[in-house]
Design a protein around this ligand. Structure first.
Ligand SMILES: [Zn+2]
Length: 320
């Protein structure tokens, strides 16, 4: 049974590093067609899962409302069991691999332990690789200030540097040096927008031999410095008001507001747009096809000022 076990790839990376974008570009390039995606989001609303689906991923599974590495650490095992038990022909599973996209605040440690220690799971699934995604622009700052981001590098076999077009060669070299200092055995690769190679380029690696090295279960404490909130946005907002409110947020909470993401309706368009902000910088909004949208809302994740305070500020701005 061990030879026919299903490989699992964990994709980790800090808030806004570009994990979903990385996976979407692979899906859109026609790779990963027999891959099942499991997405963990700390908030209640599963935007990443919707985005993967919009790119063509088939029925991604959403594990939302908590952190996979502590609050929901048993849910991965339940999900994998459920999945396996539903396959009519166990010898010919309908998928060839599973990709788990963890939330930006999760350590991959619990999943590593679970897959290594649970005998039932170990006979049917195997951890083949941990891929980290690091933002070229903010990665160095993130590694300096967030222990969790360092953890993600420690456990990764390969790391992909996203948004390389935002930095020069010298900045890129500094980041690479810092990553190698944390994990000298890690492979570092670049990933740039549409320049996508085959999935093998990203996912093929020698089998992990070190799954148990100094792995310990993270405690819920690791979330204490962060706060998350979700703001429902049922009404369409004029683009100008939204843009100026988001601008005001980035000016005021630049250092605290780690992540803003969600789907919002604006007066100028029938279809909703996707809002992505990382450390006070907002990306060009993407227009989302109507069919992919379920619930318009914004999720804010902050370290420092409580996310609820920032959310109230945003609401006041939008009403002004
Ligand atoms: Zn956790």
């Amino acid at each position: 049974m061990i030879n026919s076990s299903i490989p699992i790839v964990i994709v980790t990376g800090f808030l806004g590093a570009g994990k979903t974008t990385f996976l979407r570009s692979l899906i859109e390039a026609g790779e990963l067609s027999k891959t099942l995606f499991i997405v963990n989001e700390i908030g209640e609303v599963g935007l990443d899962q919707q985005l993967l689906q919009a790119s063509g991923a088939k029925d991604p599974i959403l594990l939302s409302g908590g952190c996979l590495c502590c609050e929901m650490k048993n849910d991965l095992g339940y999900t994998l069991r459920d999945l396996y038990l539903k396959w009519p022909d166990k010898a010919n599973p309908p998928i060839d691999k599973i990709v788990i996209e963890t939330s930006g605040l999760a350590s991959p440690a619990s999943a590593i332990l679970q897959l290594a220690q649970d005998h039932w799971l170990r006979d049917r699934f195997r951890l083949s690789q941990i891929i980290g995604v690091i933002d070229s622009e903010f990665g160095l700052e993130t590694l300096k200030t967030n222990e969790l981001a360092v953890d993600q590098v420690i456990y990764s076999d390969t790391v992909f540097l996203s948004k390389q077009d935002k930095v020069n060669a010298e900045q890129s070299a500094h980041l690479t040096e810092c990553i190698l200092r944390i994990n000298p055995r890690i492979k570092i690769k670049g990933v740039n927008g549409k320049d996508i190679k085959s999935a093998d380029h990203y996912f093929m690696s020698p089998a992990r031999t070190d799954t148990m090295r100094q792995v310990s279960n993270p405690s819920v404490d690791h979330l204490l410095e962060y706060s998350t909130t979700n703001i429902s946005m049922p009404d369409a907002i004029p683009w100008k008001s939204l843009a100026s409110a988001l601008d005001e947020l980035s000016q005021t909470y630049q250092n605290d507001l780690l992540r803003v993401k969600g789907v919002v309706y604006i007066k100028e368009l029938i279809t909703p747009i996707v809002i992505h902000g990382v450390r006070g910088t907002f990306m060009q909004p993407e227009v989302l096809a109507m069919k992919d949208h379920t619930h318009a809302s914004l999720t804010l994740i902050s370290a420092g000022t409580h996310a609820n305070v920032i959310a109230e500020h945003l609401s006041r701005q939008l009403l002004a």
